[in-house]
Design a protein around this ligand. Structure first.
Ligand SMILES: O=P(O)(O)OC[C@H]1O[C@H](OP(=O)(O)OP(=O)(O)O)[C@H](O)[C@@H]1O
Ligand SMILES: Nc1ncnc2[nH]cnc12
Length: 184
C-alpha cells in the first residue's frame, strides 16, 4: 500500500472540504452515512480550492490524462483536466459508451455495479490519474484501475476527496498510490 504525502495545498483543501461536505444518515440504505458533496459544488470559492489542490497533485505526477469515474468523479475530473491541459477519459456505468468497451463488475458499499471504458480510451504509456469523490470499499477504484491498465495506461495514482478508512478501500487498490484530501 502506498500513500502520497499531503502538502500544504492538500491541507488547506482538507479544511475547506470538511466545511462543505454534508453527512446524510441512512442513504441510500439504512446504516450508510452518505457523504454529500453538493455543498462543495455549489460554493465556487471552496470548489476552486479543492480543484486547485487536485490539479497541483496531477501536475506533480506529470499526468497526461485524467480519468473520472461516473458520476461524481466526472464533476471533479473535468475541471482538473481543463486546468492542467490534460485529456479526460470517462469511466462509465454500463451501457453508456457507444464504442467497443472493456467492462468490469464490482461490489461497492451499498450494492454492485459495472464500469466500462472505451477500448481505445487511452494510448499505451499515457500517465493517468484516476479521480473520484469517495474511496469506500475500493471496489469502484479497483475496477477502474484494472480497466485502464487493460488499455495499456500507466495509472500513476488515485486521487479522492474522501477516504472512508474503516472500509479499508486501500486493501483493494493494491500498489496504486492513493491521495485522499480527507481521511475519515
Ligand atoms: O469504494 P466503493 O465502495 O466502490 O465506493 C466508492 C464509489 O461509490 C460512489 O459511487 P456511486 O456508484 O454511488 O455512484 P455515483 O457517483 O453515480 O453517485 C462514489 O462516487 C465512488 O465512485
Ligand atoms: N458513504 C458514502 N458516501 C458517499 N459516497 C459513497 N460511496 C460509497 N460509500 C459512500
Amino acid at each position: 500500500m502506498t500513500s502520497v504525502e499531503s502538502g500544504p495545498a492538500l491541507g488547506a483543501a482538507a479544511e475547506v472540504l470538511a466545511a462543505h461536505v454534508r453527512d446524510v444518515q441512512d442513504f441510500p440504505k439504512p446504516g450508510v452515512v452518505f457523504k454529500d458533496i453538493t455543498p462543495l459544488l455549489s460554493t465556487p470559492a471552496a470548489f476552486g480550492v479543492v480543484i486547485g489542490a487536485l490539479a497541483d497533485l496531477a501536475r506533480d505526477l506529470s499526468v497526461t490524462t485524467i480519468a473520472g469515474i461516473e458520476a461524481r468523479g466526472f464533476l471533479l475530473a473535468a475541471p482538473v483536466a481543463d486546468r492542467i491541459g490534460a485529456g479526460l477519459v470517462p469511466v462509465r456505468k454500463a451501457g453508456k459508451l457507444p464504442g467497443a468497451t472493456r467492462r468490469e463488475t464490482y461490489d461497492l458499499e451499498y450494492g454492485t455495479a459495472t464500469l466500462e471504458i472505451h477500448q481505445d480510451a487511452v494510448a499505451a504509456g499515457e500517465r493517468v490519474l484516476l479521480v473520484d469523490d469517495v474511496l469506500a470499499t475500493g471496489g469502484t477504484a479497483a475496477a477502474a484501475h484494472n480497466l485502464l491498465r487493460g488499455c495499456g495506461a500507466d495509472v500513476v495514482g488515485l486521487a479522492v476527496l474522501m477516504e472512508l478508512s474503516f472500509l479499508a478501500g486501500r486493501d483493494r487498490t493494491g500498489a496504486l498510490p492513493v491521495t485522499s484530501i480527507m481521511t475519515l
